[in-house]
Design a protein around this ligand. Structure first.
Ligand code: BMA
Length: 365
């Protein structure tokens, strides 16, 4: 599976370097190549959300003067994660800080620091609900997506939201490329752009509108666009909302383990089986569409299974050509809300063992 996928993906990379530019000419080509190289070498990069901004028991306070050297992952392993995620929720309103209180100035500085250290950055976005004024999880109306599309009552306001998000991405400068992963978990129905809240066509239009604005209107060519519905993956459903090959560079999925009443062992093996099945389907779709693939979000809140990394996650993912796997944030203000290890956590040794496996990549420093 790994080999077939890589042959097809090589064609994608050739395409990235086509036209009048030489291959690997642009920051975007180099980012695509980095992701491809990991998969080609049988490696999976490890990613962590908000890693440089805060951890389980700390938070950057004076970001302008902070060297951004703290990281829960580095404290446990001696290395920074190879991939870091940050969220743009709140940028659409012109807020100073995102929905989790992380200043956008800090997000910009942390993203640039991560890239300077040789790592990769991915942005998700939990924007407010433009029709009701609620948050991203406000699913009280199924008219929201429709309202922001061309001709809809919120279209003009929504274009201003896109403008503010694009301004932020542009402020990173022309020399860096990042992964952008808007409108995620869209095969579930917990965000206003979710499955029961808009038609397949409306969703595709939302994604394309965003792509066209960033890429064509603003000329922001330094993005790799990631399409990441939630698992389990049902190809017909996954592809039913797929915006199209022209608008997407990475096929991904978000999928979490929730400990059920059946006990950790059972829940881990159930999760592992569904995850493997998802990755089989994602690999096949990646092959067919000549796209990179990744596990864009995963984890188990609070890691009650102290051997989750080596006994559940790794066995489920290691045979698949995913470029990276990202686990969600270690909230500093909600003690049980963490998905990565931290210094002093009972399961830290298991993460360290996972991070030392040949195929798992963290940064050198
Ligand atoms: C969710 C939780 C929330 C957070 C949101 C956006 O999964 O972590 O606390 O606000 O992501 O980061």
């Amino acid at each position: 599976m790994k080999k077939m996928f890589l042959l097809a993906t090589a064609a994608l990379l050739t395409a990235c370097g086509s036209g009048d530019k030489k291959p690997m000419d642009t920051p975007r080509d180099r980012l695509a190549h980095q992701l491809f190289a990991w998969a080609e070498n049988g490696q999976i990069a490890y990613g962590h959300q908000d890693d440089l901004a805060y951890g389980h028991a700390w938070c950057v306070e004076d970001w302008e003067n902070d060297p951004l050297e703290r990281s829960d992952i580095k404290a446990v392993t001696g290395h920074y994660p190879a991939v870091m995620g940050f969220d743009l929720g709140g940028i659409e309103l012109g807020n100073e800080a995102n929905l989790d209180g992380v200043p956008f100035g800090l997000i910009r500085k942390a993203a640039l620091k991560q890239i300077e250290r040789g790592g990769v950055v991915t942005f998700s976005w939990h924007p407010r609900n433009p029709l009701t004024g609620g948050d991203a999880w406000d699913v009280s109306s199924n008219q929201v997506v429709k309202s922001v599309l061309e001709g809809g009552e919120k279209h003009d306001e929504f274009m201003l939201w896109l403008q503010r998000a694009a301004d932020f991405v542009e402020s990173l400068g022309p020399d860096v490329a990042v992964i952008f992963r808007p409108w995620h978990e869209n095969t579930g129905s917990w965000f206003w752009w979710g499955k029961d809240l808009c038609s397949e066509n409306e969703y595709r239009e939302l994604f394309r509108l965003t792509w066209v604005y960033f890429t064509k209107k603003r000329g922001l060519e330094n993005l790799l666009w990631c399409y990441s519905p939630n698992g389990p993956v049902i190809p017909k459903e996954y592809m039913g909302r797929y915006p199209g090959d022209e608008f997407v560079d990475i096929l991904a999925a978000d999928f979490y383990e929730f400990a059920g009443p059946e006990g950790l062992q059972e829940s881990g093996s159930r999760f592992g089986a569904v995850l493997r099945d998802m990755l089989v389907k994602l690999s096949a779709m990646g092959l067919e569409h000549e796209k990179l693939i990744c596990l864009s979000e995963t984890g188990m809140e609070g890691l009650p299974d102290l051997h989750w990394w080596t006994e559940v996650l790794y066995p489920a993912i290691h045979e698949f050509p995913i470029s990276y796997v990202l686990t969600w944030r270690n909230a500093h203000d909600k003690p049980g809300h963490f998905y990565g290890p931290w210094e002093g956590f009972a399961g830290a040794a298991d993460f360290k063992a996972f991070s030392e496996l040949d195929s798992i990549v963290l940064l050198d420093e």
